[in-house]
Ligand binder design. Sequence first.
Ligand code: ARG
Length: 443
Amino acid sequence: KEVKLWGGRFEESVTETVEKFTESISFDKALYKHDIMGSRAHASMLARQIERRIVNGDFVWRTDREDVHMNIEAALTDLVGEAAKKLHTARSRNDQVCTDLRLWCRDAVDSILSRIKHLQVALVKLALKNEGLIVPGYTHLQRAQPVLLQHLLLAYVEQLDRDAGRLLNCRERMNFCPLGACALAGTGLPIDRFMTSDALGFTAPMRNSIDAVSDRDFVLELLSANSITAIHLSRLGEEWVLWASEEFGFLTPSDSVSTGSSIMPQKKNPDPMELVRGKSARVVGDLVSLLVLCKGLPHAYNRDLQEDKEPVFDSVKTILGMLEVSAEFAQNITFNWERIQKALPAGYLDATTLADYLVKKGMPFRTSHDIVGRSVALCVSSNCQLQELSLDKLRSISPVFDEDVYEFLGVENSVNKFSSYGSTGSECVSAQLNYWVTNLGIN
Ligand code: ARG
């Protein structure tokens, strides 16, 4: 006869009469579902206690227990004894670690997505604050054509949108469950991989156990996406650092996002955006580390893969910081309208619009390019702007020029001539702006 669960202090077992008289199993088995429910809740409460100890800093991480998996399992054994030793049934650290990492990366993607959106909102709000401001557009960092500042800011919003798209896309592919792949070959024990996959919010268990434990392409995708985002942010940083210089003077960061020099008392530096530019290097470095790590690994799991963690953690932490500080910078800069407007007449930003004017009159573009080129040369030699050339002077270069030419000259006229889809004309830009205001739920 089996010893009663409470039988420790007793020397004799109960009589059959007493057993029959006291039992309830004949009717309370009706409660089996609810009993299991209760036990499940109780067990997860016990697990939560270990989690609390970790969160509160009361958990002692032991080096002799090697890694997070064995530290937690051993702590559970300390807490509940023998039963905990069954936890690792049909499980290996090989499938455990990549399950953990997939879950971690999934959370990371969600945090990065929300920071991307936050930065997009900051950029759109900055655009809303600066309606109508025309800035020089550059190619080769030389004056090219006039554009609305809003147009430039929205270019970044578009880039960030694709960054978010890449993250969503890799999130979808990463969301498959390795658990149950065990060391590499699966298991003969009766497990249900679909159930654990479901419980963890994965789309499905991974189809191939060898693939499940050996590939880190999901991390590579995340780090690639982060690298591209980092490069976008670095370009934004570079642009704003440049624009904050005395030479440009197009924007002023508030004191709250600037730092000073330990030797030069007058200095006010745009350090946050310089560091955004600088930190993009780490994010790219993290990707490269992981690419090189994975190169040449035979299937299936190899201990080298343990080296994947630090680059992932670093990349995610860094990109989150870069996004956050960029948004804060955007909330704390002023574009210097006066200075920008004073700078606009230089550089013949309206020259291409003038060439288009001649095209509208029926001239082939190559010819109009040449004529406007000669008009610019005339301006350069007489130190004036295109709109300051008299009609007579213009006609001396080409008789096609007419009174209406002046409606095409000057940056304002020039900007307003742009009308192709996606161009910098004010109607096209307000369509873009409306799209983002609605899309991002800005009110
Ligand atoms: N700490 C290891 C890692 O991060 C866990 C897996 C170790 N597996 C093994 N059989 N040694 O990859």
